[in-house]
Design a protein around this ligand. Structure first.
Ligand SMILES: Nc1ncnc2c1ncn2[C@@H]1O[C@H](COP(=O)(O)OP(=O)(O)OP(=O)(O)O)[C@@H](O)[C@H]1O
Ligand SMILES: [Mg+2]
Length: 333
């Protein structure tokens, strides 16, 4: 369905290294082109002296809706013509809310996530972030908004620049967000690394020195560095073993209680979905097949597909494409 020969429209010079490119690497590109920058905060205004990361949430607003997605459609250009990976999806996330997105492999979850953080440009629809439709905003106007929505990528290794130490990786968004002083950035990076449960010795190591689960935690620390209002987690805990997964889920919940951060969590694991989300969207072939409060949807799924997905949570072989949780070999996560 996709054509692996078409060049990607993404920019390899992003601070996320290879991860900022679509999973299919040098393959088909979205028909509308990809965004040349990432969500890492590359765009945050570098104000002098002040720390914009401390100003989040100071905007006075009464609208409880942080993100409103309306009729969102994302396509990839392939040799066979446009391939519609996300098809007229609509949902909302409230401030401090948690929405889970589930669905079989290839149904469009990562594509949706990348469009939300504008690594991909949708062909149509609206992505209204705090009153501003960012779906078609030019990069210049996206810049001040990028810090506010961050993403943890499905492929942890591909998302980390192999040349940088963990400390540099986590400190980078701080620099871009205008946190002044190398020592202060190093201090904050160390704090974040500790928060995600990695030892301080991790600070000087490079991505290849870590297990998949540890790389994922560095990705989480980096995403949290600029204190986003919305964190998009694409299978952020899939590579973690059970105890580390519990640690990270606790961390996310605590952060939410403290800061009011909102989450969009993509997960195959329905236990994770139950833990972290209040609402759920079930996707199939780019579309919403069912949505509602997580407890209600999982307790009595209306859609046959959701029922199958629930069975698959007990038996990962029960439905094609649903992955059992991966624990990297030799991982000490
Ligand atoms: N760069 C691309 N070019 C063409 N098609 C693509 C590209 N990236 C993804 N696709 C296709 O879009 C569809 C959705 O892919 P996506 O990665 O969003 O699925 P997913 O739900 O995240 O899957 P998984 O659960 O395996 O991570 C798939 O059919 C995939 O083959
Ligand atoms: Mg995916």
């Amino acid at each position: 369905m996709t054509d692996p020969k078409t060049p990607s429209g993404t920019d390899p010079k992003t601070p996320y290294g290879t991860e900022a490119r679509p999973t299919y690497g040098t393959e088909a590109r979205p028909t509308s082109g990809t965004d040349p920058t990432t969500t890492s905060g590359t765009e945050a205004r570098p104000t002098s002296g002040t720390d914009p990361t401390t100003t989040s949430g100071t905007e006075v607003t009464t609208d409880p809706v942080l993100l409103s997605v309306e009729d969102l459609t994302v396509e990839y250009a392939t040799h066979d013509g446009p391939f519609r990976a996300v098809d007229r999806m609509s949902f909302r996330i409230e401030r401090g809310g948690s929405l889970a997105v589930v669905g079989e492999s290839g149904c469009g979850k990562s594509t949706l996530a990348r469009a939300l953080v504008r690594l991909l440009k949708p062909v149509s629809g609206r992505i209204v972030l705090d009153g501003t439709d960012i779906a078609a905003l030019p990069e210049r106007r996206l810049r001040p908004l990028r810090r506010r929505v961050q993403m943890v990528f499905q492929d942890p290794y591909g998302s980390l620049d192999p040349h940088l130490t963990a400390q540099q990786i986590v400190a980078e968004p701080l620099r871009l967000a205008g946190v002044v002083g190398r020592a202060e950035r190093a201090r904050r990076a160390a704090e974040l690394i500790e928060q995600v449960g990695l030892p301080s010795a991790a600070l000087t190591r490079r991505p290849s020195d870590f297990s998949g689960g540890q790389q994922q935690r560095i990705g989480i620390a980096r995403a949290l560095a600029s204190r986003p209002e919305l964190l998009v987690c694409d299978e952020a805990t899939s590579a973690l073993d059970v105890s580390v997964q519990a640690h990270v889920l606790n961390l996310l919940r605590e952060l939410q209680a403290e800061t009011g951060i909102a989450y969009l969590v993509i997960a195959h694991n329905l236990a994770v979905v139950r833990e972290i989300s209040t609402d759920v969207v079930v996707m199939r072939a780019g579309r919403t097949v069912e949505t509602g409060p997580t407890a209600a949807v999982l307790a009595s799924p209306a859609d046959p597909y959701t029922r199958a997905l629930r069975r698959a949570a007990l038996d990962p072989t029960a439905i094609h494409g649903v992955k059992p949780r991966r624990v990297p070999e030799g991982s000490t996560t």
